[in-house]
Design a protein around this ligand. Structure first.
Ligand code: DCM
Ligand code: MG
Ligand code: MG
Length: 255
């Protein structure tokens, strides 16, 4: 479809409507991702748990609600959640907040981040309608670089071409674009704080990979039109994400 644009020039010109341009490049699937790991960036962490929930654009544009009018998670979604033996010690803090430990992971004979895990992730991604956008909270700083480091460690490649979006940066950017007052208290955009503001209740199972992904998904649904618009202009290419550290030269290995 074309529309008439009234301009300064004497004769009107035909230009495609902006909505049409955007739809043409819209992602068809959003995959919400969270990693639990042995620690923070400076610890050169290894993954202890990974969860991905894939939602088709249709469900983000047509959210489901209960009788009270409250948002429901989409009925149709694909989910993968796996525990991973990190083969290095968890920091006491990481163990405390996640409930995962070297002991319970090895007692349950969990495997390490291996090339078969990479194959599983690739298969999951390939099942989704392309193009796909990965979404993680603080993903540009933590989850995407960490996943890159783990993939590099096993010389793994998740195959399909991907885009990624950081929901933390998106929320901050969307606020900045709407209001001039930008000073927010520390912690204002943490996953749990944002969830409390959106839903006036506590998120479930914080620091469980699946719990955090569901929390993120509900936040995204709550602001879906804004997020979908933001994603088309602020996503990055997966190829441009740098690994968090070089897994080959990383210092503190072995338990
Ligand atoms: N993490 C940590 N200390 C914190 C917060 C997080 O060591 N105060 C690490 C361990 C978590 C990982 O980051 O498994 C991911 O954090 P989140 O649960 O917020 O996704
Ligand atoms: Mg997280
Ligand atoms: Mg988490």
């Amino acid at each position: 479809p074309q529309r008439l644009q009234a301009g300064a020039s004497a004769s009107p010109v035909l230009v495609p409507a902006p909505s049409v341009i955007k739809m043409a490049q819209a992602f068809q699937t959003y995959i919400f991702l969270d990693l639990e790991a042995t620690g923070l960036n400076n610890d050169h962490p290894k993954v202890t748990e990974i969860c991905l929930i894939a939602v088709n654009l249709h469900s983000l544009q047509n959210p489901e609600k209960d009788e009270a009018g409250d948002l429901l998670p989409p009925r149709v979604l694909d989910k993968i959640c796996l525990c991973v033996d990190p083969l290095i010690p968890l920091t006491p803090n990481a163990a405390q907040i996640t409930g995962l430990s070297n002991e319970n992971l090895s007692n349950n004979r969990k495997q390490s981040f291996s090339s078969s895990l990479v194959g599983l992730l690739r298969g999951f991604l390939e099942r989704q309608v392309q193009p796909v956008c990965l979404v993680a909270h603080n993903g540009f700083f933590y989850d995407f670089p960490l996943l890159k480091a783990e993939l590099q460690h096993v010389q793994g490649d998740i195959g399909v071409s991907l885009a990624c979006l950081d929901s933390f940066q998106a929320l901050r950017g969307m606020d900045k674009a709407q209001t001039s007052s930008v000073i927010k208290s520390k912690g204002y955009y943490t996953l749990s704080e944002v969830y409390r503001r959106c839903f006036r209740k506590e998120p479930q199972q914080s620091h469980y990979a699946e719990g955090d992904v569901l929390t993120l998904l509900m936040i995204f649904l709550h602001k879906a039109p804004d997020f979908l618009h933001w994603a088309s202009n602020h996503c990055r290419s997966w190829e441009d994400i740098e690994p968090m550290y070089n897994p080959q030269t990383s210092g503190k290995r072995k338990i």
